[in-house]
Design a protein around this ligand. Structure first.
Ligand SMILES: Nc1ncnc2c1ncn2[C@@H]1O[C@H](COP(=O)(O)OP(=O)(O)O)[C@@H](O)[C@H]1O
Ligand SMILES: [Mg+2]
Length: 253
C-alpha cells in the first residue's frame, strides 16, 4: 500500500511583488523521508509554514491523509497530526528543558500541564523524560535554555514537536547553527526517533551530504518553484539544481 500522507496542489503564495510559492505540487507517501533544498529566499520556509497552517496560500490546496486542511490554523493542524520544528528553536528561556517539553505537550495535546499542580511523578513527566532520553538530552532536563549547547536546543525543539505524536513532521533546518561534526550524530538521533514511530518526514537542509545520506527524495526549490523532485543523486546532478541551488557540481564521495 502506498498511501499519500501529505499532498499539496498548485500552492501559490505572494508577498507583494515576491512570489514565495508558485504552483507547488507534491505528494508524499506515508513513511517517506524527503528533504527540501534551495538557496535563501527560495521558498522552503514558506512551504513549511503553509503546510503547518502558519500561513495560508493565496490559492491551491493542502491535503493531509486525503483531508483538506488548507484553511485550518496551526493548532488544529498540529492536533490533526502534522507537527514541525523551527529554523530557530522556539523555546521558553524562563523554563528548564523538561518544562519546555511539558508545555509543548500541553499545547500540542490540549492537556493540562500537571506540573503546574505537582512537579513530579506524573504521567506527563514520565513521557517527557522518555522523549528526552530518546533524543539523548535527558541529562539537561533541569537546565535553563540559556545554558544549552546549540545542538541540544535543536534536539529539544524536535522532541517538543514529537509531543504532538505527529504522523507528518516538517523540520526547518534541523542542523543549522550546529558544528559540522555534530550534524551527523544529531541527524542519526532524529531519524532513528522518527522512523521508530513511522513518521513521514520532510526536512529543510543546506548540507548536501546530509541530504544524500538521510533522504530518499529531494525537492529543490528555486524562486518559489520546485525545479527538481527526484532521488538525491538525480537531483544533485541536475544542471538546473547545480546552477541555482548547490552552486557547484557535487564531487563524488
Ligand atoms: N512574511 C513575509 N513577508 C514578506 N516576504 C516574505 C515573508 N516570508 C517570506 N518572504 C519572502 O518570500 C521569499 C521566500 O522566503 P522563505 O520561504 O523564507 O525562503 P527560504 O526558507 O527558502 O529561505 C523570500 O523572498 C522572502 O523574502
Ligand atoms: Mg527558511
Amino acid at each position: 500500500m502506498n498511501d499519500i500522507a501529505l499532498e499539496t496542489k498548485n500552492l501559490v503564495k505572494n508577498f507583494g511583488a515576491v512570489t514565495a510559492a508558485k504552483d507547488v505540487s507534491i505528494a508524499v507517501p506515508a513513511g517517506a523521508v524527503w528533504s527540501l533544498i534551495g538557496s535563501n529566499g527560495a521558498g522552503k520556509t514558506t512551504f513549511v509554514n503553509m503546510v503547518t497552517g502558519y500561513l495560508h496560500p493565496d490559492s491551491g490546496q493542502i491535503l493531509f491523509q486525503g483531508r483538506d486542511i488548507t484553511r485550518l490554523g496551526p493548532r488544529t493542524i498540529t492536533r490533526a497530526g502534522i507537527c514541525r520544528s523551527f529554523q530557530i528553536p522556539q523555546l521558553c528561556g524562563e523554563l528548564t528543558t523538561i518544562e519546555n517539553v511539558l508545555v509543548a505537550h500541553a499545547i500540542n495535546r490540549s492537556a493540562t500541564p500537571s506540573f503546574f499542580r505537582r512537579a513530579n511523578e506524573t504521567e506527563e513527566m514520565g513521557r517527557a523524560l522518555a522523549l528526552l532520553e530518546r533524543f539523548k538530552i535527558a541529562e539537561y532536563r533541569n537546565r535553563l535554555m540559556g545554558e544549552l549547547p546549540a545542538g541540544v536546543r535543536k534536539l529539544l525543539d524536535i522532541a517538543m514537536a514529537m509531543t504532538g505524536e505527529p504522523k507528518v513532521i516538517l523540520l526547518d533546518e534541523p542542523t543549522s547553527g550546529v558544528a559540522t561534526e555534530e550534524k551527523f550524530p544529531i541527524m542519526d538521533l532524529v531519524m532513528e526517533a522518527l522512523s521508530a514511530e513511522g513518521v513521514t518526514t520532510l526536512f529543510v537542509e543546506h548540507d548536501m551530504e546530509i541530504v544524500t545520506r538521510y533522504s530518499e527524495r529531494v525537492l529543490a526549490f528555486y524562486d518559489g518553484r520546485i525545479i527538481a523532485n527526484d532521488a538525491p543523486n538525480e537531483v544533485l546532478s541536475d544542471p538546473q539544481v547545480q546552477r541555482y541551488v548547490t552552486g557547484t557540481p557535487l564531487t563524488a564521495s
